[in-house]
Structures are given as C-alpha cells and as structure tokens.
Design a protein around this ligand. Structure first.
Ligand SMILES: [Zn+2]
Length: 189
C-alpha cells in the first residue's frame, strides 16, 4: 500500500465532514433566510432613497454641487498629470566633454564601456573627429590633436591617442564610481 491512510479512514473523514456541514446548515436554517431578507431590504431601501427626491436646503445643494465639480476636475487633472521625470541611470551617462573633446561611448551587458568615439564639442557642430599626431614637444612628450574638419576647432591632448583614450576611460570610470556622472547628464529634450 503506497498511501499512509487507510481507505476506511478517508471514508470516515468524508462522512464526518458531510454530517458536520449538514448539522450546521440545519442549525442555521432559521436565521439564513432572515439574513438574506435583511440584506435585500437594505438594498431596496438604499435604492429607493437614491431614486426619491429629497428636501435639501439650497445652500447644501450648492455646496455639494461645488464639491462634485471640484472632485471631477481633481480626478481629470490626476489622469492628465504628466508622468514623473525618470531618474537618470548610470548607463544613461554615455557622453561628456573632456580635454576639449566630446566623448561618446557605449556599455556592454556587463557594464564595460566600449566604442569610445571623439566628437567636436563646439555648439551645433557635432562632427566626429579623429585623433592625429599633434605637435612634437620632445621625446616622450607627444601630443594628439582632434581637429574638426567642419569648424576647425583643434583641441590638443598630451600623450599618444592610446594614452589619451585610456585617460578618458579612467575618467569616465571615476565619474561612475563617485556618482559625479549625474552632473554630465544632459536634460532630455
Ligand atoms: Zn566642429
């Protein structure tokens, strides 16, 4: 036998439950119909009160009407209220100006930034720029310029292009760590 309970026990429990339920119904037979009648009469009374005309002082009627109008406009305003502005998240921080260059990048699924691209930061220009070898100041003092072909803006950064981009990446990571990235989020249009 797989079951722990004997079949006779199950039958006994079922019979006992049935008897208890029947007993309860028998005991309640006198008050169930009056209870239903009472609930019904409450509904009937409420309905006839709602549909009947009442003698209400004019000032009370005016007050209630004004309250009704006010409530109506409050409800309409609540539905029409613009949604709360969404708080920016760290992964919304995908561009900032640094070393005279506007940097843009992306994050992968693990939050590691990639595809760092340089742009001209001049207002209204938004031209992509490329790092080029800049002026030579001596051994170990190379520079990289990000000359804009459109407006001629030529920011210069110390170090090779690789060093500059490494510096930018570290600055982005620092901003993300300390929370200052929020100061570089542009308000969404
Ligand atoms: Zn430009």
């Amino acid at each position: 036998m797989a079951s722990n309970e004997k079949p006779t026990t199950k039958i006994l429990v079922s019979v006992a439950s049935g008897l208890v339920l029947a007993g309860l119904l028998y005991l309640a037979r006198h008050w169930i119909p009056p209870a239903l009648r009472w609930i019904g009469s409450v509904f009937v009374t409420a309905w006839s009160w709602f549909t009947a005309s009442h003698a209400i002082p004019g000032w009370l009627l005016l007050l209630l009407s004004l309250c009704g109008v006010w409530c109506f406009f409050r409800i309409v305003a609540a539905f029409r209220a613009p949604p709360e502005p969404v708080e920016p998240q760290w992964h919304d921080f995908t561009e900032f100006e640094f070393l005279g260059v506007l940097w843009r990048w992306r994050y992968d699924g693990r939050g590691t930034l990639h595809s760092l691209v340089s742009f001209c930061p001049q207002a209204g220009c938004d031209m992509q720029t490329y790092g080029r070898l800049g002026q030579y100041y001596g051994a170990g003092r190379e520079t990289t310029v990000y000359r804009c072909d459109r407006c001629g803006h030529t920011p210069e950064a110390q170090g090779s292009q690789e060093q500059v981009e490494d510096k930018v990446t570290r600055e982005i990571q620092r901003l993300l760590r300390c929370g200052d990235w929020k100061n570089h989020i542009r308000p969404s249009a």
